[in-house]
Design a protein around this ligand. Structure first.
Ligand SMILES: [Zn+2]
Length: 457
């Protein structure tokens, strides 16, 4: 066959194939996705969550706080919901109550519900969380509880709304990179700027990957982008509501893609800080840098995700090293104000006849989107070793999110547990009746992830 004829034949064959595939493609099952969001900026002056040094409630708004929802339905009707939020993390009482309500209203089990948080330190204190680190009087607690109840209602209504407006969509996975997260245990804040200026390497493990999930409509337009990064949202310490750098990143992406919703979830960044920090300019810079990393990922070829969905969850019992006794609590009365408040509260519970469990039901969740994309979500403030461990074991494209479902404490790896320091033992912040997890914490969590991944194979 002569060259010209051959090319003509090829073009003819390709167009034949194209034509014959068209009806198949049109008939192929797709995801159905519903997206909804709601503003949750508190209307009243309540306390902000994060930083024990705060001495008064919020005084204004830098930018609004949001919850955003992705209601997913696979081709066979399997469903799941992802919620992202500009809050520090949901406490157990809210997680339990939201799950119970979603069971009734939407028929969803816990494994199908992913409640994530940006861990902004400029969002509201929620019901029952962090009460021991602030001087909250009864009227402040009443405001927090009123807000939390309203937030729960908004979350349920927004999820119901998202399921009610599902339409066909395609899902795409990819990973970007940006390096503003610094291991805060290994790099004193004051030295970071100097080391960066000299081009010298910073120390300690980090995970600079940006997980990106794109949701596109039938005409390929971007409807939502869900992205995660492992770094504390602690650039700002102002008395103004804000989503910190994730808030700026979401605003930037929503401006760049009009009509699309940008959703942020925090990775395993419990030992990672955005450094240097403490200015709105730096906060905006980190947010825009992250938004750029997401944009770059969206421009490259991404992996299509087949419309199949697997969800699994365990509440795995994590042992405390030692549950606090009455004697421990009485000794705590003489320690600093945070220990003192916790001791007073827990002693009252003992006086009322309550006892403290020796372990905690810790949420470990694994989703499989399509045939390959693993998404592991863990409760609590998870240090970076976990995401590095799971990416090494399950592949670099694995997504690992912390601060999910129930944020009850820091979650140290075995390395951090042995080294000690703030992330290994900051239990007083969350008011748990112990000072430390038992040493096998990492292995227990990894075993749970392993079991869940197996069930999805
Ligand atoms: Zn934190």
């Amino acid at each position: 066959m002569r060259r010209r004829q051959f090319i003509g034949f090829l073009v003819f064959s390709i167009s034949l194939v194209f034509v014959s595939l068209q009806p198949l493609l049109a008939a192929e099952a797709t995801w159905k996705v519903g997206i909804a969001s709601a503003k949750i900026t508190p209307g009243k002056a309540i306390w902000q969550a994060g930083y024990g040094s705060r001495d008064r409630p919020a005084e204004g708004t830098l930018h609004d706080l949001w919850i955003k929802v992705l209601a997913l339905e696979a081709a066979n009707g399997d469903r799941a919901v992802v919620l992202t939020s500009d809050v520090l993390g949901f406490p157990k009482n809210m997680y339990d109550s939201i799950c119970a309500e979603l069971k009734t209203r939407c028929g969803l089990d816990r494994s199908q519900i992913m409640l994530t948080a940006s861990h902004t330190h400029s969002g509201p204190v929620l019901k029952g969380a962090l009460y021991d680190i602030y001087p909250l009087d009864d009227s402040q607690i009443a405001l927090i509880e009123e807000y939390s109840q309203e937030l729960e209602k908004t979350i349920i209504e927004t999820i119901v709304k998202a399921f009610g407006q599902q339409s066909p969509a395609t899902l795409w996975a990819g990973e970007g990179m940006t390096d503003f997260a610094v291991n805060r245990r290994n790099n004193p804040q004051a030295q970071v700027r100097e080391l960066r200026a000299k081009g010298e390497p910073l120390k300690g493990p980090v995970d600079h990957g940006v997980a990106v999930l794109a949701v596109r409509g039938p005409d390929d337009n971007l409807r939502a982008v869900v992205f995660g990064y492992a770094c504390h949202a602690t650039t700002l310490g102002l008395y103004q509501w804000s989503g910190d750098y994730p808030g700026f990143a979401q605003i930037a992406l929503e401006q760049d893609f009009p009509g699309a919703v940008a959703m942020f979830h925090a990775g395993c960044g419990a030992d990672q800080n955005p450094l240097p920090r403490r200015s709105i300019a730096l906060c905006g810079k980190y947010g825009f840098t992250l938004a750029d990393a997401v944009q770059e990922t969206l421009k490259k070829p991404m992996r299509p995700i087949a419309p199949r969905l697997g969800t699994a969850l365990e509440l795995v019992e994590l042992d405390f090293e030692k549950t606090l006794s009455r004697e421990d609590l009485e000794a705590g009365l003489k320690k600093n104000i945070y220990y003192k408040r916790r001791a007073e509260r827990l002693l009252k519970q003992l006086d009322e006849g309550q006892s403290f469990a020796p372990s905690y039901p810790y949420p470990v969740q694994v989703w499989k989107l399509g045939d390959e994309q693993l998404w592991i979500t863990l409760g609590g403030e998870v240090v970076v070793d976990y995401s590095l461990r799971f990416k090494a074991k399950y592949g670099p494209q694995t997504w690992v999110t912390g601060y999910s479902n129930d944020v009850m404490s820091y979650i140290p790896s075995h390395r951090v547990w042995e080294e000690g320091g703030y992330e290994s033992a900051a239990f007083y912040v969350y008011g748990q009746p112990a000072d430390r997890w038992a040493p096998e914490i990492e292995e227990r969590i990894a075993a749970s992830v392993g079991r869940l991944v197996e069930t999805l194979d």
